[in-house]
Design a protein around this ligand. Structure first.
Ligand code: FAD
Ligand code: FES
Length: 515
């Protein structure tokens, strides 16, 4: 018996399951043809799809059934029950899908539908002849893949200033940095994948200007790429610390695979680190370095970590939690200089450290868009279809500010899943679909063995309520403004996060309903 088969649990679904035992809204875990599979019933129909999420391997039977889809509870990927297609990122690959036959009140899982995923729809007649994607990150990669999934046969060029293949950036501060995940977990796809899908990926290809009149992008080496449609997905750059000594070699930032590799190499010979900044990146780095048994000091100007994003209670919880893991906080403090032995604070205190990591936020990379004369609004302004002020040029990911129907505001977020989904929507819109971007923002963080998910968007709030217990690490924190719930943070209540996503989606859809 293969190792995979040994892991199979539940009934063999090919042998048949009584329909009366498949209740509406509940997923039944079993296996089919040697693979974990789940059965789900929607009215009179019964579906069978693979039970393991193709993103990070979550057990999908613990997710949520919504119409004819399954949502994954870990990072909210969405799969079609009808085809297994990964309808929404962060999963990029489909799950298996089998035909189900109903006979004499019994459902039998039959052969695999080899079209897992689905047939690409017919491409609109007026599609652009060539598409340039400027950026090889979350959004750019998701867009390139979606163009091919949608049946686009023209030329796709993806230009990336990075030296490595499009990577799983969230991994860089978590599993990879802590040592739990190997190097192979970084690339989203192999070089062969891009070749096989005829995506012309150019690495170390930094663009210097966009000529919107003549429709081409110019690179730093003088080469030019003509486009019929252009997707801007240039992401964000870490904010640089401007104090004496900030350019010393033991001062690190974290955005790329190369940055994470350099940090790991330096960590191998460091006993003590100072992390400057107590937001997500800073705290994830602190957790990963503690996992490597390095003494960690966190310096930040605020009184409570992440208070402005998650509120005081959750911020205090994070602080205590890190302290329990041995992190020493220096809050209400700023760094005035760095030397080879460590950092000096405004108070005059000197913290010894062989490694300094700066995580004080990021800035969207909008210089190309500015130079090209696109409308700018603390990011690149896009409409509900993610198109910029210049027709045929779309913008997505960390740079894009879009009209969000949940908050009725124009927002820009720096979340992995949002960037990928924007890339997917923009790809369809480049092909003429006119699909509104209406995704509920979602992000997650992992620190040590602890995870938090966040659904919605609340830049400010007038009420926070906590259902459950933060100390017990089992709660839902809701953020309200003017009597309206804008976001929830969930700790070990994954299904609550999915339910909040659906609630927010329905609220947005209702705005569109006539009357
Ligand atoms: C270490 C780390 C951990 C993170 N963890 C999480 C997390 O847990 N959850 C979460 O929701 N979000 C997380 N994020 C945020 C998330 O990764 C970003 O929101 C996401 O990557 C944004 O995608 P993007 O495509 O807009 O930009 P990016 O992924 O940054 O890609 C930008 C691309 O544009 C290219 N580029 C820029 N300028 C040029 C130019 N002039 N010419 C050519 N190419 C150019 C870059 O080289 C890069 O390829 C994390 C970010 C980092 C850095
Ligand atoms: S494991 Fe399913 S979305 Fe991440």
């Amino acid at each position: 018996m293969s190792e995979d088969k040994a892991k199979l649990t539940g009934p063999d679904l090919t042998k048949g399951v009584a329909l009366s035992t498949i209740r509406e809204g509940i997923m039944l875990l079993g296996h089919a043809h040697g693979e974990p599979a789940l059965l789900a019933r929607r009215g009179d129909e019964v579906f069978a799809i693979g039970a393991v999420c193709t993103h990070y391997g979550a057990p999908l039977e613990q997710g949520l059934l919504v119409d004819d889809t399954v949502r994954c509870q870990w990072h909210h990927a969405c799969f079609s029950l009808r085809s297994g297609e990964a309808l929404r990122a962060p999963a990029l690959n489909p799950v298996s899908c089998w035909r189900v036959e109903q006979r004499d009140e019994i459902a039998y899982v039959r052969e695999k539908l080899e079209t897992a995923g689905r047939q690409p729809p017919a491409v609109e007649p007026r599609t652009p002849g060539s598409i340039v994607i400027l950026g090889g990150g979350a959004a750019g990669n998701a867009a390139a893949e979606m163009l091919r999934r949608e049946g686009y046969a023209g030329r796709i060029t993806m230009l990336s200033a990075d030296e490595s293949l499009p990577c799983d950036r969230p991994n860089l501060s978590k599993g990879y940095l802590s040592g739990a995940a190997p190097e192979e977990t970084n690339p989203l796809r192999s070089a062969e994948f891009y070749r096989d899908h005829r995506i012309d990926l150019k690495l170390l290809a930094r663009a210097t200007s966009i000529d919107t009149a003549n429709r081409h992008v110019q690179l730093v080496d003088g080469s030019r790429y003509a486009y019929d449609a252009l997707l801007l997905a240039t992401g964000a750059d870490p904010v640089r610390l401007e104090v004496p000594g900030a350019d010393l070699p033991h001062v690190h930032y974290l955005r790329t695979v190369g940055d994470s590799r350099a940090l790991i190499a330096k960590a191998a010979t460091s006993r003590r680190a100072v992390v400057i900044g107590a937001s997500f990146i800073g705290l994830e780095v602190a957790a990963s370095l503690r996992t490597r048994n390095i003494e960690v000091h966190v310096v930040a100007p605020e009184a409570c970590p992440m208070e402005h994003i998650l509120g005081r209670e959750v911020g205090q919880f994070f602080r205590t939690f890190h302290e329990q893991h041995g992190v020493k906080f220096h809050l209400g403090a700023t760094v005035t200089s760095i030397d080879r032995q460590g950092v000096t604070l405004k108070s005059g205190e000197h913290l010894e450290a062989g490694l300094v990591v700066v995580g004080i936020g990021v800035r969207p990379v909008i210089s190309l868009a500015e130079q090209a004369g696109l409308a700018i609004d603390r990011g690149v302004a896009v409409n509900e279809y993610l198109e910029t002020s210049v027709p045929g040029i779309f913008a997505v990911g960390d740079i894009a500010r879009w009209p969000d129907r949940l908050t009725d505001e124009r927002i820009r977020v720096e979340h992995w899943v949002v960037a990928e989904r924007q890339g997917q929507t923009a790809a369809r819109n480049i092909l003429g679909r006119r699909e509104r971007f209406d995704c509920v923002p979602f992000f997650w963080t992992e620190q040590y063995d602890f995870g938090l998910g966040y659904v919605g968007h609340a830049e400010r709030w007038d009420k926070v309520d906590i259902a459950g217990s933060l100390e017990a690490r089992d709660c839902t924190v809701s953020y309200w403004l003017g009597g309206r719930k804008l976001a929830v943070a969930i700790i070990h209540r994954d299904l609550e996060g999915l339910r909040a996503e659906v609630e927010f989606e329905r609220r947005m859809a209702a705005k569109e309903a006539p009357g």
